[in-house]
Design a binder for this molecule. Structure first.
Ligand SMILES: [Zn+2]
Ligand SMILES: [Zn+2]
Length: 267
């Protein structure tokens, strides 16, 4: 569907991407998107982003240049993906105070504040213990007041699937996940449908249909779509399926953020 915004992408300003912003914007236009938001990694937890003020300034500066270059065909927005903000509340505050951002996405990547789950071998660790800790950590971080969107609520599933080759059943964690979504809904923030699992062949959308339904039942109003692309070929990937489950869950709009305010597009 034309006109959608990809609200979660990474460029060469992230530690795990080398992609120029220009290539990402060209891909977004080719995919028929209405907008793209750069949300480069700014981790404050186990592996803090080295020299993050320079990273964030660079990302914002280039996104601003891209916005001028691609208008009026594509909106280019300025964001950030903050990881584990409560590990360094002073830095988290500074991000909000000193940088002009369209959106702050919060992405939690660790269950123990020591290791990113993507760097662990999930065949050897106790998955149930890890998941219980991960959702407890999400619940703690959800209290941070600085974010607009909660990213990839089922992040661990990507790496369980990668290492064990199976989709793990999150039913035992329903109460923990609902507690997280209740905070997001209760503070009128957005839940992301992250399509990276679809893009990379390591699982389904996150949030999934069932979680979206529960988010709506908890009073959630805002849902964003994000490819989590770290390379141009993944921009907007999996959005057909993402849009389908958003509709199926009963939402009649998707959300993007400008100047940290939600903007709705009817679907
Ligand atoms: Zn993330
Ligand atoms: Zn990301």
């Amino acid at each position: 569907m034309p006109g959608l915004y990809d609200m979660h992408t990474h460029s060469r300003h992230s530690h795990d991407s080398t992609e120029p912003l220009e290539a990402m914007c060209i891909a977004a236009r080719a995919a028929g998107l209405g907008g793209i938001t750069f949300t480069d990694h700014l981790d404050l937890g186990p592996h803090p982003t080295h020299d993050w003020p320079a990273m964030l300034s660079g990302s914002i500066r280039e996104a601003t240049e891209m916005a001028a270059r691609h208008a009026p065909h594509l909106r280019v927005l300025r964001g950030v993906e903050v990881g584990e903000p409560l590990c360094n509340p002073q830095a988290a505050e500074r991000i909000l105070r000193d940088y002009a951002l369209d959106v702050v996405v919060m992405g939690i990547h660790s269950a123990d504040r020591q290791n990113d789950l993507c760097r662990l071998d999930h065949t050897t660790l106790d998955t149930d213990v890890m998941l219980e800790r991960y959702f407890a950590e999400l619940r703690t971080m959800a209290e941070w007041e600085g974010y607009d969107v909660l990213a990839h609520i089922g992040y661990p599933l990507r790496y369980i699937r990668r290492d064990r080759g199976v989709d793990w059943d999150l039913a035992p964690y329903t109460a923990q996940i609902d507690a997280v979504m209740a905070v997001v809904a209760g503070t009128d923030r957005a839940l992301e449908v992250n399509t990276a699992g679809l893009n990379r062949g390591i699982g389904g959308p996150s949030a999934d249909l069932e979680q979206l339904r529960r988010f709506k039942a908890l009073g959630g109003r805002y849902v964003t779509l994000g490819s989590d692309a770290h390379a141009a070929r993944f921009v907007g990937g999996g959005f057909d399926k993402g849009l389908r489950i958003i509709r199926e869950a009963g939402f009649d709009a998707v959300t993007h953020y400008e100047g940290r305010r939600p903007c709705l597009t009817r679907i």
